[in-house]
Ligand binder design. Structure first.
Ligand code: F6R
Length: 265
């Protein structure tokens, strides 16, 4: 399957420029670099559509966005957002729901109207209906101007909840959260793995690749192996983030540790 995907996209690989990779000395510089790209996107297009991630990695970027709003440097009132993913099932206001995460870390600090913010409903009764609803929401909004991604730890190479085995053509769907991700995310649930929801609703790889521009941020040693696999290994379902190399405008913004295993010229 992986080789079929690869041969199917080989022509595109040859046509697609190599991804831009920026390695910066500190995590703060990663945040600033990401902020510059995001700010330029919103300045150029006040009604920009952004796809957003949760997790520890984008927190510095979100803090800079909040600061820019507070100091009247940026106006987010025309922006529309589509989040990448959400646990299921979980009460919407659970401290670890992604909906709550986005409010606490970004939405309550900037001025995007609630009706322009989109995220799957973690408390939906029927998750399959919810995936269909979210897919149709994404379609009606259209492609994103900028997508912010993190990457799963170690060799998971997941983007959103597209774990190993996710196909290039995958779309919004209900997925099982992998054991490795449950382990990694338990830190947000008081270290208790049994508290981490076993399923999630996620945008698929194909949904992510529809974005006009993508930036993937990675910080710390735990991302180094996955970044090397993603950028230097085979493009395959074994490392969903490797599919980003098929995108014509993707930038990997890494701190020194995350980029430490890359082969440098
Ligand atoms: C969450 C998401 C995930 C995270 C990834 C890294 O919306 O898309 O794929 O980006 O699990 O998480 P952190 O940033 O906590 O290392």
């Amino acid at each position: 399957m992986a080789s079929e995907v690869l041969s199917g996209s080989l022509v595109e690989v040859l046509r697609t420029p190599a991804p831009e990779v920026i390695v910066l000395p500190t995590t703060k510089e990663v945040d600033i670099q990401a902020f510059k790209i995001l700010a330029q996107t919103v300045i150029d297009k006040p009604r920009a559509v952004l796809t957003l991630a949760t997790g520890g990695t984008p927190l510095g970027l979100y803090a800079l966005m909040a600061e820019a709003h507070k100091s009247h440097v940026l106006d987010f009132s025309g922006v529309t957002t589509k989040n990448l993913d959400e646990y299921w099932p979980l009460p919407k206001d659970h401290p670890q729901s992604y909906s709550r995460f986005m409010k606490d870390n970004l939405f309550n600090k900037i001025n995007i109207p609630a009706c322009q913010r989109h995220i799957p409903d973690s408390s939906a009764e029927d998750p399959l209906k919810e995936t269909a609803r979210y897919q149709s929401t994404l379609q009606s909004i259209g492609s994103s101007d900028l997508t912010i991604l993190g990457i799963g730890p170690e060799m998971t190479c997941h983007i959103a909840f597209n774990e190993r085995g996710s196909s290039l053509g995958s779309r919004v769907r209900l997925v099982d959260v992998s054991e490795e991700t449950i382990k990694a995310n338990a830190r947000f649930f008081g270290g208790d793995q049994t508290e981490v929801p076993r399923r999630a609703i996620t945008q698929g790889v194909a949904d992510i690749l529809e974005s006009k521009r993508i930036i993937l941020l990675a910080k710390g040693k735990s991302k180094a192996l996955g970044i090397k696999r993603t950028l230097e290994g085979e493009i395959s379902e074994d490392a969903p983030a490797s599919f980003l190399r098929l995108h014509p405008k993707v930038t990997f913004i890494l701190d020194e540790e995350a980029g430490s295993l890359l082969t440098r010229d």
